[in-house]
Write a protein that binds this ligand. Structure first.
Ligand SMILES: [Zn+2]
Ligand SMILES: [Zn+2]
Length: 236
């Protein structure tokens, strides 16, 4: 998993491994290699058997679309997530979001890239709150976006910026949440019809990525697809 192959780097890594034996970042069990988590924890990540063709939420057998997508158009072409936001996946998302764990971002990006459909011209991410970025020094969605772009061999560009504060969403009805997001993002440049893959850590209400897609399309970009690590399983 470590890309560096120079003898000096290998020598150094040998010492690092000896002095700090690698352990699973989720359960703490000792590991043989430098992967961020053990095979047992990896196998525990729950996946959906069948998902809505558009928004990627888990649905029952015999269906193609979830109830919502059956009646309402989305501003993105499709959205996919590794699985529900719970257990091991939730722990991994935390490690990227709050600790900036690059090895975990790499691992998640590999899983996200497996869900990629079709083609896009460029990869971007849901932008950070400038204050939070200053406090943390990193932005989880950007770490994921850049790793996904690398796996898919696509250019990664910061195409969105935040122009207003995120509204308090808890307890608000869905329509109100979507309305409150309006004008939250702006594109960083004009688009020329390029299709975009928008990456985020968790898809909760869907309002954030929908607003991101809207801002991109308003600036002249083409179709937008969405990849997130996880999504809350409940109704949007
Ligand atoms: Zn483990
Ligand atoms: Zn759907």
């Amino acid at each position: 998993m470590w890309p560096s192959t120079s003898p000096a780097a290998r020598w150094l890594l040998g010492w690092v491994e000896l002095l700090f034996p690698p352990h699973c970042l989720v359960c703490g069990k000792g590991l043989g290699g430098l992967a961020p988590l053990c095979a047992d924890c990896f196998a525990e990540i729950r996946r959906w058997q069948k998902v809505c063709e558009i928004c990627g939420v888990g649905i029952g057998p015999g269906l193609d679309l979830c109830e919502e997508c059956a009646v309402e158009a989305k501003p993105f072409l499709w959205a996919r997530s590794i699985g529900p936001y719970e257990g091991v996946l939730r722990a991994l998302v935390f490690l990227v979001k709050y600790e900036g764990e690059r090895m975990v971002a790499k691992l998640l990006a590999q899983e996200m890239a497996k869900l990629f459909l079709g083609e896009v011209a460029v990869v971007t991410w849901v932008p950070p709150d400038p204050l939070r970025l200053k406090q943390r020094g990193f932005h989880g969605a950007e770490l994921l976006g850049r790793e996904v772009a690398e796996v898919l061999d696509l250019p990664a560009q910061p195409l969105l910026r935040k122009v207003a504060h995120s509204p308090e969403q808890v307890g608000r009805p869905r329509e109100e949440r979507i309305r409150a997001m309006h004008g939250l993002f702006a594109a960083t440049r004009k688009g020329h019809g390029e299709s975009v893959l928008l990456v985020d850590d968790v898809l909760t209400t869907g309002a954030t990525v929908a607003e991101g897609a809207r801002a991109l399309q308003e600036a002249g970009f083409g179709e937008v697809a969405v990849l997130t690590c996880a999504r809350t399983a409940g109704r949007e």
